[in-house]
Design a protein. Structure first.
Length: 222
């Protein structure tokens, strides 16, 4: 029986250790969430006897991206900073004294024999700060154009280094007026933006806890 219990305990330890952490489990995205979108071929134009056959584009638009499949370069200029601080303190004191009646000098009771007192004090303080910065460029494609003129863009960049892979993925909605003449948009102008910077390889594995250490971190009361 003890051996069976130890085997069950070992199995539970391994099962809990193999369960992904909360942040990692919620961070899963569909495989095609950042896939590039191919341009849609225009429908064939009916023959009308004219010499010039083709779609019309105003001279003011130039080469600015405006169709599904066109390329847009997102300039990553993300920088965030947050701080939080809180403090709390409580204190409580109490005393109770009881003096029994005395019947004479030979009384068995003494006022100093019965007395109670208590005190409670708590003081807590917490501070937290976080800052993030991300810079660079990622070229994306227009995946969809909405009736109000806004466009859904998405794309990714994969960098294969000698010690692992680095992947930058971005998706969001941009306005046509925010696209510069050279087809660039600041990441701060992307609405509903999803920006992911992930990596795998030796460097990424070295920055993560081992499965046994992760298990003890979960069950540790401290």
């Amino acid at each position: 029986m003890p051996r069976k219990r130890s085997e069950l305990l070992l199995g539970a330890v391994i099962a809990l250790a193999l369960v992904p952490c909360g942040a990692a489990a919620k961070d899963k995205m569909p495989p095609d969430a950042f896939a590039a979108t191919a341009p849609v071929p225009p429908p064939p134009l009916p023959a009308n006897g004219a010499i010039f056959q083709g779609s019309y584009a105003p001279l003011t638009s130039g080469g600015r991206a405006s169709q599904v499949g066109d390329l847009i370069t997102i300039q990553l200029v993300e920088r965030t900073a947050a701080t939080k601080s809180n403090a709390a303190g409580t204190q409580r004191d109490g005393n109770v004294g009881l003096t029994p009646p005395s019947t004479g000098p030979l009384s068995l009771f003494n006022p100093s024999d019965i007395a109670m007192g208590g005190g409670q004090k708590f003081k807590g303080k917490g501070d937290a700060s976080q800052s993030n910065a991300l810079s660079g460029e990622v070229s994306v494609t227009i995946a969809e154009i909405y009736p109000n003129g806004t466009m859904l863009v998405r794309g990714e960049k994969l960098l294969t280094l000698n010690r692992g892979d680095e992947r930058v993925q971005i998706a969001g909605i941009v306005r046509a007026m925010d696209i510069s003449p050279d087809n660039r948009v600041l990441s701060t102008r992307v609405a509903n933006a999803t920006i992911r910077y992930v990596g795998k390889g030796e460097i990424a594995r070295a920055s993560q806890q081992g499965w046994l250490q992760r298990f003890f971190s979960i069950i540790s009361p401290f």
